[in-house]
Design a protein around this ligand. Structure first.
Ligand SMILES: [Cu+2]
Length: 149
């Protein structure tokens, strides 16, 4: 192999790698990215994202690792994710198939807004991050009173 051919080979491999990366980072058709809500939500939660988990900020979930997030059916919910470190993170709902933008700098913020329909799991879509702890429960509760029949 000549030097030039070796260079071309390496360049081609790099391009293929980039193409695969780009495909992986793109927005799949079935996942909508819902950033920056236009109106206030019924329920708002703020989480700080780290490899070790999402940490609640403010309110009842303050300081809680991967807190259970709750809402009533039909409520609009906004989850604000603040990046706690120099890593790429996002937040998505497994069943409802919504996903925030990716954030990669400390204090960078993104939001996920959706309507509460059913119990779900929130998690980070970056490969390996669920395994290190970035996963929690989203619970849709019946309005008070319904549980007593
Ligand atoms: Cu992550």
């Amino acid at each position: 192999m000549t030097t030039m051919n070796r260079f071309r080979h390496a360049l081609f491999a790099a391009l293929v790698g980039l193409a695969i990366l780009a495909a992986g980072c793109g927005n799949p058709q079935d996942i909508s990215q819902t950033d920056l809500p236009s109106e206030p939500s019924d329920r708002e939660y703020t989480l700080r994202g780290y490899m070790t988990g999402y940490y609640g900020q403010g309110g009842e979930i303050d300081g809680v690792r991967n807190p259970v997030l709750r809402a009533l059916p039909g409520e609009t919910v906004t989850i604000t994710l603040i990046n706690g470190e120099r890593m790429v993170h996002d937040i998505a709902l497994k069943h409802q198939r919504v996903r925030s933008a990716l954030i990669n700098r400390p204090e960078e913020t993104t939001r996920l807004t959706f309507t509460a329909e059913k119990n779900d799991t929130y998690y980070c879509t970056i490969p390996g991050h669920v395994e290190t702890g970035m996963i929690g429960e989203f619970v849709v509760e019946p309005p008070s009173g319904y549980a007593s029949y």
